[in-house]
Ligand binder design. Structure first.
Ligand code: ATP
Ligand code: MG
Length: 559
């Protein structure tokens, strides 16, 4: 039986429960707000499960909204992938897909409103000068010489920015808040930049684009979001978001709640760095099975249920800086597959075995359960013939004492079949082992041989009926736990050269029919998933999802 994992604390869920108990009964509205500038990763899965999960649990709505304020980095392909990932994870957003760019007209009107109120101004300082004037954590900022422009002049300049009269970088619109504020985010933050860029949703309509900070909170307000959930790095931005909500005629005031982002060992959770891996061809696209992207994990063999389970296991807190052990994630998928993946035999590094006392045309077929505990799973037909493959790792010419597999003169059981003895080792002129000649003890089907103990059981596949297939053994992409800990750029130096090992393998006949993304336990080897892309082009390729050993369950038992 698999270990059951209880869910960890989730302070936001508790908080909403408390609100309900205290009598609040409005419908909760949450949202997942990605920027469409890359594929979603396991960190986003945490945010998705949280936002959609809360809406589900408390009978509310969760929106999918693209915060698309930076056309230079955004693409339709990312929008499509993000939608597919959210749906695959098992969630459905309320209403249609939303875009912050749907609100550009409203945001512009609000910018004009601030200008009229003397709360925003057009600044001609260059980006470098703005940075310099901003001051530091210990020194207050200085006001821009353009800060005192009249509302009329500002309105006129802003409109001319919008229509494309000025070059990029020539002017910006800034909020007029407080250049001496201890919180640097309040030192006249930028609201609009000039960008003569084509936008995937709005085309060439806009020559200016709102900053993320000017867009995010107001978009939530427009959508009636009640719980505006984000990661801790936005805590310092909260006073600014609240300033906007207080100084604009917004329809409602969402409350921001911050939680700690997911960081996991051996794993990068930065879209920018993942994009670099893709752009440099270090991985085979965003859905390479080594990528911590949702689409990569899916291709690797993760189920949506296992990812949701993992997100439940890690909980939601405000404790920053922790590193989740990737063993928790592999535990979640392993226990799912342990219960739900049919079994099969596959030989990854084939070594030929000739059963010398079995006739050339002999064939016996075993009917083997698809799963030891699941009668609903189809029985497999496994044929035994004179020639078999076993895994090269299951034979040693000079075995150490505790080696219970095959060795010269030793016996081993073929899984679901007889005990065999290795009588002869055949080598080529270079000394490489080419085949083993073994004899079958026909008295041992389903029972132990008289008076002898045979400890080892190995898997095997018939040479005549086995299906050739490619098996891709994936491992962590990085050799160190925190590849980007020291210096940002160094993570490429920590790539694991063994992150992908390809085997030309042979599988039992039932595997020939494997449908795309079907998952199996290859007995004694691990869990594997039929590669969806390879299946499409008629090739049989299996990706290793995880091995059999569950280090997390062990840790849990000890602890
Ligand atoms: P960037 O803004 O650098 O492109 P991002 O990771 O912030 O990257 P977004 O598309 O803005 O990407 O993220 C969408 C949502 O997912 C945000 O609410 C963000 O807080 C959340 N999120 C992103 N990374 C994580 C993480 N590692 N753990 C939990 N939530 C995350
Ligand atoms: Mg972001």
């Amino acid at each position: 039986m698999t270990t059951e994992t209880t869910s960890a604390p989730n302070f936001i869920r508790n908080q909403i429960r408390d609100e309900r108990e205290a009598g609040r009964d409005d419908k909760i509205v949450t949202r997942f707000p990605p920027e469409p500038n890359g594929f979603l990763h396991i960190g986003h899965a945490k945010s998705i499960c949280l936002n959609f999960g809360l809406a589900e649990q408390f009978g509310g709505d969760c929106h999918l909204r693209f915060d698309d304020t930076n056309p230079a980095k955004e693409e339709q392909a990312y929008i499509d992938a993000i939608k597919a990932d959210v749906e695959w994870l098992g969630f459905q957003w309320a209403g249609g897909v939303r875009f912050a760019s749907d609100y550009f007209d409203q945001l512009y009107a609000w910018a004009q409103h601030l200008v009229r109120e003397g709360k925003a101004y057009v600044d001609d300082l260059s980006p470098d000068e703005i940075r310099e004037y901003r001051g530091t954590l210990t020194e207050p900022g200085r006001p821009s010489p353009y800060r005192e422009r009249s509302a009329d002049e500002n309105l006129d300049l802003l409109e001319r920015m919008r229509t494309g009269e000025f070059a990029e970088g020539e002017k910006v619109l800034r909020a007029r808040i407080d250049m001496a504020a201890p919180n640097i985010n309040l030192r006249d933050p930028i609201l609009y930049r000039i960008r003569h860029a084509h936008h995937h949703q709005t085309g060439d309509k806009w020559k200016i684009y709102p900053s993320y900070d000017f867009t995010h909170g107001q978009s939530d307000a427009i959508e009636g979001v009640t719980h505006s959930i984000c990661t801790l790095e936005f805590e310092d931005h909260r006073p600014l978001y609240e300033w906007f909500l207080d100084n604009l005629p917004v329809p409602c005031k969402p409350r921001q709640i911050e939680f700690a982002r997911l960081n996991m060992n051996y794993t990068l959770t930065s879209k920018r760095k993942l994009k670099l891996l893709v752009d440099q061809g270090i991985v085979d696209g965003w859905d390479d099975p080594r990528m911590p992207t949702i689409s990569g994990m899916r291709r690797r063999g993760y189920t949506a249920a296992s990812i949701r389970k993992f997100c439940e296991m890690i909980g939601v807190t405000r404790a920053d800086g922790g590193l989740v052990d990737i063993a928790m994630l592999t535990h979640a998928i392993r226990s799912d597959l342990e219960d739900n993946a049919p079994r099969a035999m596959a030989v990854l590094r084939p070594l030929k075995v000739v059963l010398t006392n079995v006739a050339e045309d002999h064939e016996e077929v075993y009917e083997v359960p698809g799963h030891p505990a699941r009668e609903d799973m189809a029985v497999r037909k496994v044929p035994l013939t004179r020639e078999l493959y076993i895994d090269a790792d299951d034979f040693m010419e000079e075995p150490p004492k505790k080696f219970f597999r095959l060795a010269p003169g030793k016996e081993v059981r073929l899984r679901n079949s007889y005990v065999i003895r290795c009588d002869e080792v055949v080598k080529d002129p270079a000394g490489e082992i080419t085949e083993l000649r073994c004899s079958v003890d026909f008295d041992t089907l389903g029972k132990n041989p008289e008076g002898r103990k045979v400890k080892g059981v190995i898997h095997w596949v018939s040479v005549t009926h086995g299906v050739p297939m490619e098996v891709r053994l994936y491992d962590n992409l990085f050799e160190v736990e925190q590849p980007d800990r020291d210096r940002d750029a160094d993570f490429l130096e920590h790539l694991n050269p063994q992150s992908l090992v390809v085997c030309q393998a042979v599988g039992e006949p039932s595997l020939a029919e494997a449908s795309p993304e079907s998952r199996f336990q290859f007995e004694r080897v691990g869990y594997f998933c039929a590669d969806r892309h390879a299946c499409e082009s008629g090739k049989l390729v299996f990706n290793r999802t995880v091995g059999l050993k569950d280090s997390w369950a062990k840790i849990k038992k000890k602890g």
